[in-house]
Design a protein around this ligand. Structure first.
Ligand code: FDA
Length: 397
């Protein structure tokens, strides 16, 4: 078949996830003939599993400071032009019930399925076609666009959008496809690693904490100059919960984490007062007022804090206070892409237009969503990036 006789689309988008579907609807409404291809059996699989099945679809307080990238200014333009309120307006137009679970964090009240239905409805209204269970085997520049070899035959398009996401959760269909396409066309890819991911621990600490699995306590964790005050969850494999997921995006192998278990207190002063007023009280009792009892018990045991406070000298209290406010934990590693919510790194943004997401010297090739080196904090920021970058490309293709 000659190239001219192949089915031709104005835009082919590879990846029917959050960014790809948003881009498809935006381009479709502009009158473009759009086809979305995906190898999975259903669209928006990660949306369905997100937010514990309720999809934290945006964060009203999202700012560029909530994103990690080797080129931190890149995300500003797209985020400014498509805001959390814009997505919320869309959610409200579709009558999706939602709630604010934590300040700014908006979740579906019923199910993440509502967000997938919203996107599929938008694509249908915009006339964008979606073809699932379709592999893309090869992409070739054919002069005035691209020729794709796919499981459903050869196809042509004038503009190609790569929206294949990152490497996290391979069982959900995640692949390094987008990075391969970037390299094929001479783009640099920043090193990738798992982000928003639980930590694993070395055997000794793991054995000590494992019986506390399921216990959550508020902490302030810091690493590499970043600090998060959120709950930490002990799991049978290590440490998780929002505090640990957030800091994991900044952590590098070999780094230690600094944990403050009594973030809003002055433990040295508290303990001195308690020793004066109740000399028979123990450090464990002090801790149990602020942390779950079993955690307080295990932590006091781990540190070897025994006996009443009257037996502690001032220097001992200093040491206890330091251990409470600067508990140093050196993780063995992370659980990796198997459970990570996101992939850090990706297509180097210095080669993309921050306005359109197009490759600077190849204006008909676009990269959007998680495949790009822009990664959000926990709390709805990653979807906001998917929506914003999808709309930016959808307005330009
Ligand atoms: P996404 O991964 O959504 O879509 C990529 C698509 O490309 C998939 O449909 C995939 O099948 C397809 N694909 C991949 N390789 C392909 C190939 N070779 N050929 C064809 N198709 C291919 N974020 C947030 O803001 N709030 C939240 O509540 C959560 N919760 C959450 C929970 C869990 C468990 C995970 C794993 C992740 C989250 N996230 C999140 C992150 C969020 O899901 C993620 O950032 C976005 O889905 C990224 O959107 P993309 O469209 O870029 O990729």
């Amino acid at each position: 078949m000659t190239s001219e006789s192949l089915p031709h689309y104005d835009v082919i988008i590879i990846g029917a996830g959050a960014a790809g579907l948003m881009c498809a609807a935006t381009a479709g409404y502009r009158g473009r003939r759009v086809l979305v291809l995906d190898h999975a059996n259903r669209p928006g699989k990660k949306i369905l599993m997100s937010g514990g099945g309720r999809c934290n679809f945006t964060n009203l307080n999202s700012t560029p400071a909530n994103f990690l990238s080797d080129n931190p200014h890149f995300c500003i333009s797209a985020l400014k032009r498509y805001t959390p309120q814009d997505f919320l307006d869309l959610v409200e137009r579709h009558g999706v019930a939602y709630e604010e679970k934590a300040p700014g964090q908006l979740f579906c009240r019923d199910s993440a399925r509502d967000i997938v239905s919203l996107l599929l409805t938008e694509c249908e209204w915009a006339g964008a076609e979606i073809r699932m269970k379709t592999d893309v085997q090869a992409i070739r520049d054919d002069g005035d666009g691209y020729r794709l070899t796919t499981g459903a035959g050869a196809l042509r398009c004038s503009a190609l959008v790569i929206a294949t996401g990152g490497l996290s959760i391979p069982t959900m269909g995640a692949t390094g496809f987008g990075y391969d396409v970037a390299r094929q066309f001479g783009l640099a890819v920043r090193p990738t690693r798992a982000g928003l991911v639980p930590f694993t621990l070395h055997p000794e600490l793991k054995a000590h904490l494992a019986p506390l699995s399921g216990i959550s306590c508020p902490v302030e964790v810091s690493c590499r100059g970043q600090r998060f005050r959120e709950p930490m969850l002990v799991t049978h494999r290590g440490l998780s919960g929002p505090a640990m997921l957030q800091i994991s995006s900044y952590w590098h192998p070999g780094d230690a984490l600094n944990l403050n278990l009594v973030p809003s207190r002055q433990p040295r002063d508290d303990l001195a007062t308690l020793r004066r007023e109740k000399p028979q009280a123990t450090v464990e009792q002090y801790l149990a007022r602020r942390l779950p009892r079993r955690f307080a018990q295990a932590f006091a045991e781990l540190q070897g804090w025994r006996g009443p406070l009257q037996g502690y000298r001032n220097a001992d209290l200093e040491r206890v206070a330091e251990a409470l406010s600067q508990w140093t934990v050196k993780p063995a590693g992370t659980e990796g892409y198997r459970t990570a919510e996101v992939t850090l790194g990706g297509v180097d943004t210095r080669q993309l237009s921050s306005k359109t997401m197009a490759v600077l010297d190849r204006p008909n090739l676009f990269f959007i969503g998680e495949v790009v080196d822009v990664t959000g904090h926990l709390g709805g920021h990653n979807f906001q990036w998917a929506w914003a970058s999808g709309v930016a490309a959808g307005q330009a293709v």
